[in-house]
Design a protein around this ligand. Structure first.
Ligand code: C5P
Length: 237
C-alpha cells in the first residue's frame, strides 16, 4: 500500500474544543488522504458549520455522534447530517433493528443525489464497558463478545454498512459478516506512542490484520508536536 492509500484508512479523532484548534490540526494534515472524525466534544463547541469547513479543506468526515433515539427522530436527524456533507455517521445498535433500518434508508435516500452516498455504521458495545458492568448493570446474560457479534450481525441485516468495535472483536465480526462490511476500530497505538487511557490497544498493523477497515487514531497524532509527521510514522513497525 502506498502512503495515501494507507492514510485513507486512518480517521484522525479531532477531540478538541474549538474551531481554531481544529483548523490548525486539519491544515497540518491536509492533502494526506486521511479522514477526520468529529465527535461530540468538537461538535458541542462548533456545530455543523465545522463539518462544512473541514469538508472544504478536502477531508472525508466521520461524524461520531452515536445517535440513539426512536426511529423517526434518528431518521430525521440523519437527513439533516447528510445535508451537512458528512461521509460517515453512526447510530447505537442497541436502538434496535427498526431504528437501524430507518437510519440506513434515510442515508441512502438523502444521499442518493450526492456524488457518494455516505456510510452509516453502528456502535456495538462501548469499549469503556467492562464484562462485569455489562452483566451486572445491563443485566445481559450472554458474554460481551458474543453480544457484540450478534449486534454486528443485526446491523448488517438492517442494512448498515458496518460497525465500530474494539479491534479485539474485529476478527470474530469479520468471520460472521459479509466481506464488504466495515469495521472501524479505535484504541490504536503505534509502537512509539503511549497507551494513555486506552487499555486494550493494538498497533495499526495488528488492527489491519485483525480485519479493521478503518483505524481511529486520536492523541498519538493530535497531541504530537508535528501531527503530519506522526501520521507518517504511524506504520513504523
Ligand atoms: O486519542 P485516542 O486515539 O484514544 O482517541 C480515540 C477516539 O476514539 C476518541 O475520539 C474516542 O472517543 C473514540 N472511541 C474510543 N473507543 C470507542 C469508541 C470511540 O476510544 N469504543
Amino acid at each position: 500500500m502506498d502512503e495515501t492509500s494507507k492514510n485513507q484508512r486512518v480517521m484522525v479523532a479531532l477531540d478538541v474544543q474549538g474551531r481554531e484548534e481544529a483548523l490548525v490540526l486539519a491544515k497540518a494534515l491536509q492533502g494526506s488522504g486521511c479522514w477526520l472524525k468529529v465527535g461530540l466534544e468538537l461538535y458541542a463547541y462548533t456545530g455543523p458549520a465545522m463539518i462544512q469547513e473541514l469538508k472544504a479543506l478536502g477531508f472525508p468526515i466521520f461524524l461520531d455522534l452515536k445517535l440513539h433515539d426512536i426511529p423517526t427522530t434518528v431518521e430525521r436527524a440523519i437527513r439533516g447530517f447528510v445535508q451537512c456533507g458528512v461521509d460517515m455517521i453512526n447510530v447505537h445498535c442497541s436502538g434496535g433493528y427498526d431504528m437501524m433500518a430507518r437510519a440506513a434508508h434515510a442515508v441512502r435516500e438523502a444521499g442518493s443525489t450526492l456524488e457518494r452516498v455516505p456510510k452509516v455504521i453502528g456502535v456495538t458495545v462501548l469499549t469503556s464497558m467492562s464484562e462485569d458492568q455489562f452483566r451486572q448493570e445491563m443485566g445481559v446474560e450472554r458474554k460481551l463478545q458474543e453480544h457484540v457479534v450478534e449486534l454486528a450481525k443485526l446491523a448488517e441485516k438492517a442494512g448498515l454498512d458496518g460497525v465500530v468495535a474494539s479491534a479485539r472483536e474485529a476478527r470474530e465480526i469479520r468471520r460472521s459478516t459479509e466481506s464488504g462490511f466495515l469495521i472501524v476500530t479505535p484504541g490504536i497505538r503505534p509502537t512509539w506512542s503511549e497507551a494513555q487511557d486506552q487499555s486494550r490497544v493494538l498497533t495499526p498493523h495488528e488492527a489491519l490484520e485483525a480485519g479493521s477497515s478503518y483505524l481511529v487514531v486520536g492523541r498519538p497524532i493530535t497531541r504530537a508536536e508535528d501531527p503530519r509527521q506522526a501520521l507518517e510514522k504511524l506504520w513504523v513497525r
